[in-house]
Design a protein around this ligand. Structure first.
Ligand code: 5AD
Ligand code: SF4
Length: 461
């Protein structure tokens, strides 16, 4: 072994993005090189998402393509990692294209699995047998060590890093596959998290995003005290070099106000919350096992805005959950109007095998109605965002520059000899402006000239 090339393709959420970058760094350290092209690769790894059927179908279509490639290149090694690997296990290993199946808890083994597969052309399965059992100390330690050894900024946006603070989920929302593929909640020790952030800061990282499936339920007990997310925010704020701190995703149940207080008191903590409501109908929320009512959710948003007046709030919604009537959907529209989100993500319900809803409730909302509700909800939010964003032209906002714009917008103005850049405000607005590429990874002040529902436009101030 030595300089074989690996291509990694990643689907899904920020957790997967982080896992992919850890795996990439571990493979690089093991002597492999990474390639952006399947055609150059000796091994292809696909990091997969199981949250909706569509995400899984895309992976199967890739596997079909790889099977075809393997007809002329039988030595090509193909590994499926992540949530689908855990969900489907041995079944996936039977796919003619697949050599390695490794679940999210087995990522530390991937360099060895790839090495073996390249040398011996064997098939291997590495998944967690009893996924809801509390992981043993050795497995937790292996994951933590892997995390600490291979975290890096290099595969992400310049100056930004993702930092996992917990794994898994215990909520069992009835539509959701996550508890069955990522296992029970386990919080990482605060000392390990803080040490990792210090290391990232010393490498020039300016913004960290703390990751957890329900990040507000972070809890770690050791010695004589329990550490919460608010404690982590305080400790991370004390690290010099770190300038912005974010955390995703929050669950509206049991959201401790100390987190909002930390946001109000600590200038480095960005005034931004991603806090999915999923529905505005109490009947649907109950069937989803969300454990709050629409009224309680809206009262929480009020409280958040009282404590952090400039807070920007984003939400997720599922349309077409089993039994969702026109009246239920109207309640969701009503909640969206009242919540005054910065933006929302809307998903059509997709039954996931093994979840409570899939097991007990018929997927009885026709696809046509799901699509119609999806469009309608986004239109309602568009109106709200358009009206809200009118306040921005004329203001100058600080952004952290991510890099050049992938989709050049029409914003030719003063700096039009420079490429279009993308930055984000502390409140997570995307800002497009012209400027030198060398600004990527730095903070810049942008004078806003124009606003659309999802994007702000401006000029370097
Ligand atoms: N069908 C559709 N959307 C889903 N989500 C989670 N599970 C499903 C499902 N089975 C959505 C939720 C969650 C987001 C990440 O994905 O809105 O917040
Ligand atoms: Fe899924 Fe609910 Fe856990 Fe989020 S909180 S990961 S939606 S079960």
């Amino acid at each position: 072994m030595g300089c074989e090339k690996i291509h990694i393709k990643s689907f899904g959420c920020q957790m997967n993005k982080l896992d992919s970058s850890l795996v990439a760094n571990a493979l690089a350290e093991a002597g492999f090189s990474l390639t952006g092209e399947v055609a150059d690769a000796d091994a292809v790894l696909i990091n997969t998402c199981s949250v909706r059927e569509h995400a899984e179908q895309r992976v199967f279509s890739h596997l079909g393509h790889l099977k075809h490639i393997k007809e002329s290149r039988p030595d090509l090694v193909v590994g499926v990692i992540g949530c689908m690997a855990q969900r489907l296990g041995a079944e996936l290993l039977e796919h003619p294209a697949v050599d390695i199946v490794a679940g999210p808890a087995r990522i530390p083994q991937i360099p060895q699995l790839v090495t073996d597969a390249l040398a011996k052309h064997n098939k291997s399965l590495a998944v967690t047998e009893r996924i809801r059992a509390k992981p043993d100390e050795a497995e937790i330690a292996a994951l933590d060590d892997f995390e600490a050894a291979y975290d890096s900024d290099e595969n992400n946006i310049p100056s930004q890093a993702l930092v996992r603070v917990m794994r898994g989920c215990n909520n069992f929302c009835t539509y959701c596959v996550v508890p069955y593929v990522r296992g029970p909640e386990v919080s990482r020790p605060p000392a390990a998290i803080i040490e990792q952030i210090k290391k990232l800061a010393s490498r020039g990282i300016k913004q960290i995003t703390l990751l957890g499936q329900t990040v507000n339920s972070y809890s770690w007990t050791g010695g004589d005290r329990t550490y919460t997310l608010a404690d982590l925010l305080k400790m991370a704020s004390d690290i010099s070099g770190i300038e912005w701190i974010r955390f995703i995703t929050s669950h509206p149940g049991r959201f401790d106000e100390s987190i909002l207080d930390a946001m109000a008191d600590l200038p480095k903590v960005c005034p931004y919350l991603h806090i999915p409501a999923q529905s505005g109908s109490d009947r649907t929320l109950k069937a989803m096992n969300r454990r709050y009512t629409a009224g309680e959710y809206l009262a929480f948003l009020d409280r958040a805005r009282t404590i952090v007046p400039d807070i920007a709030i984003a939400g997720d919604f599922i349309v077409g959950f089993p039994g969702e009537t026109d009246e239920d959907f109207a309640a969701t529209v009503d909640l969206v109007r009242k919540a005054q989100y910065k933006n929302i993500f809307v998903f059509k319900y997709s039954p996931r095998p093994g979840t409570g809803a899939e097991d007990k409730l018929a997927d009885d909302v026709p696809l046509g109605i799901k699509k119609k509700r999806n469009i309608e909800l986004l239109e309602v939010q568009n109106e709200i965002s358009a009206a809200y964003n009118e306040r921005y032209p004329g203001q100058t906002l600080k952004v952290l520059v991510e890099g050049t714009s992938k989709k050049p917008h029409l914003n030719r103005a003063e700096f039009d000899d420079h490429p279009q850049l993308i930055g984000r405000t502390a409140t997570d607005y995307i800002v497009v402006f012209n400027g030198p590429e060398t600004l990527a990874g730095s903070f810049a002040n942008v004078k806003l000239t124009k606003a659309s529902p999802l994007t702000l436009f401006g000029q370097l101030a």
